[in-house]
Design a binder for this molecule. Structure first.
Ligand SMILES: Nc1ncnc2c1ncn2[C@@H]1O[C@H](COP(=O)(O)OP(=O)(O)OP(=O)(O)O)[C@@H](O)[C@H]1O
Length: 261
């Protein structure tokens, strides 16, 4: 992570908000802090909040850069705020948003997995279970992941970047509960195409990192996905049928593309 970006955010947040970098993506850098944005000046040793910062991009014209940063920060914040209102859906809560400075504060989720298996995203969790890949805990968790995606799509939202790193697992009452994170490319959408692409991206992510167990893993995810639509009678059946049809078409397009290289 470049020192320049860290200097920018430290200047903006002031030294009263200590930060630890945890990730740098193509568009944003993500930090951990123990200071709440409405309570700056006080830090609680056990508190954890995420700060997601979109730094200025030098290769863009400054006014276009400002407009894009504002638009993307607001868009991610709006979608998070809306999704948090859907009781069945698990997403991190939005705490604060400063679109002019490209910064959002969100609830921290997840934990460190046992035996140094890393942060509790779906990718690491499946690695952690590789010695006993089809155990009941994995099945239950993957069905719940499918249910979360089903809830998202049933409410006519799409994620846009549904990888196994963007599913975070939190331990609640002895069970893993999946949360969907990173709605930077998320949108409200009724299009079966967007939903088919979400399902395809996740299927590919599972195949590429857990290839030996992928068939069963993807089957469990789809089981959870179908459960949600199955609760909505004929309308649910019809929507499910249309989404699965498009998912198959997206898959075929993907296969053709990889055959042609
Ligand atoms: N609410 C959260 N709780 C815990 N960790 C989080 C949270 N949000 C983000 N992270 C961590 O930060 C990483 C990057 O976050 P996010 O995916 O939102 O940023 P990004 O810049 O869009 O990333 P990328 O470009 O890699 O997709 C996540 O993979 C996760 O490890």
């Amino acid at each position: 992570m470049s020192q320049e970006v860290i200097d920018q955010i430290v200047k903006y947040l002031t030294p009263q908000v200590p930060i630890t970098p945890i990730s740098q993506g193509a568009e944003a850098v993500v930090f951990l802090t123990n200071v709440h944005p409405y309570d700056i000046g006080r830090s609680y040793p056990d508190a954890k909040y995420i700060i997601k910062y979109r730094p200025p991009k030098k290769y863009r014209h400054p006014s276009i850069d400002r407009a894009l940063t504002k638009h993307r920060t607001l868009s991610e914040s709006r979608i998070l705020a809306k999704l948090s209102q859907i009781p069945e859906l698990h997403v991190p809560r939005l705490i604060a948003c400063d679109p002019y400075n490209g910064c959002i504060w969100i609830e921290y989720l997840g934990e460190n997995l046992p035996n140094n298996c890393g942060f509790s995203n779906l990718k690491n969790y499946l690695w952690m279970n590789a010695d006993d890949p089809y155990n009941a805990d994995v099945e239950k968790t993957l069905v719940k992941v499918g249910q979360q995606i089903g809830q998202l799509h049933w409410q006519d939202y799409c994620h846009g970047d549904l990888t196994t790193s963007n599913v975070v697992l939190s331990r609640r009452g002895g069970e893993w509960e999946p949360f969907l994170i990173d709605f930077g490319l998320g949108s409200a959408s009724t299009l079966v195409e967007d939903k088919g692409v979400d399902l395809y991206v996740l299927e590919r992510a599972i195949i590429s990192t857990h290839s030996r167990f992928a068939d069963k893993y993807n089957m469990w995810i789809m089981q959870g996905f179908k459960d949600v639509f199955g609760q909505h009678g004929k309308v649910g059946d019809k929507k499910l049928k249309d989404t699965l049809k498009r998912f198959e078409e997206v898959r075929l397009r993907g296969r053709k593309r990889s055959m042609l290289g």
